[in-house]
Design a binder for this molecule. Structure first.
Ligand code: NAG
Ligand code: NAG
Ligand code: NAG
Ligand code: NAG
Length: 215
């Protein structure tokens, strides 16, 4: 009975423990993790990067769809062509093998430098070009799904590409994916984010699931 088989699979994928669930509040120097209204725990970024400076936004205008506390701080990179976050994924914990991860980077300018000039720069993951980030007065996201291919470290780099366009980042999230997800995609190819739509909602805020924990 194919129908029953489908339902079973659906429930199995819902109860799978997400082995890697890291939410980094960039530029936050608070040593205490912050828990948002979706029960997601955010940690500061000190342990993941050695360069850049922490900054606070000036303007909260047009900050829709994300937690204000997380978006209030950011890290900017005035020096170096490339600055990188390095995140270790512990593959041996609970004997769960992490094969594929979703990485999301968020950018909220908030006029933090008081120049009213949201920058454009490049993002890279594990040495590959990821995307060009064109920040604006609104929240900007970049997402990528890719296979670790036996590696244990995720590297996310911000690269300056235009003069006077200082790269910055507000948040960085990593989630491991159930190995069934996107299993039809060859593990040598990443999936890049285009858009995600919550059909039928009439609210302006982002829908997140606290219990399933995939934003
Ligand atoms: C990974 O997790 C296991 C089990 O919790 C622990 O023993 C090991 O030290 C961890 N390795 C790293 C590199 O954190
Ligand atoms: C931003 O710059 C304006 C002048 O351009 C100045 O009046 C204002 O005090 C500055 N605000 C902050 C928070 O630095
Ligand atoms: C990444 O893109 C930049 C231009 O945006 C280019 O100069 C560089 O060669 C690319 N690197 C790779 C590894 O494709
Ligand atoms: C969503 O935002 C638009 C434009 O700011 C506003 O007109 C509309 O009332 C908002 N809708 C809800 C449900 O908040």
């Amino acid at each position: 009975m194919p129908y029953i088989a489908y339902i079973n699979k659906f429930f199995i994928s819902l109860i799978v423990v997400i082995a890697v669930f890291i939410s980094i509040d960039c530029g936050s120097s608070s040593s205490k993790p912050y828990t948002d209204e979706n029960s997601i725990e955010w940690v500061g970024d000190d342990q993941y990067i050695r360069t850049g400076e922490a900054r606070n936004i000036i303007s909260k205008e047009q900050m829709y769809g994300s937690d204000p506390h997380v978006m209030e701080t950011l890290r900017e990179f005035t020096t170096g062509r490339k600055n990188c976050y390095s995140i270790d994924v512990n593959n041996s914990e609970d004997n769960i093998k992490v094969e594929r991860v979703l990485v999301r980077a968020s950018f909220f300018y908030g006029n933090y430098d008081n120049k009213s000039n949201p920058p454009t720069f490049n993002l890279q993951f594990n040495g590959n070009n990821w995307t060009q980030v064109r920040t604006s007065d609104c929240l900007t996201y970049a997402e990528v799904v890719y296979s670790l291919n036996h590696g244990n470290t995720i590297t996310v780099c911000l690269a300056q590409t235009h003069p006077e366009n200082v790269p910055f980042i507000s948040a960085l999230e990593v989630r491991s994916l159930d190995s069934d997800m996107y299993s039809y995609v060859d593990s040598n190819y990443p999936l890049l984010f285009m858009s995600r739509t919550a059909y039928g909602t009439n609210s302006n805020s982002t829908v997140r699931y606290a219990y399933i924990h995939i934003g």
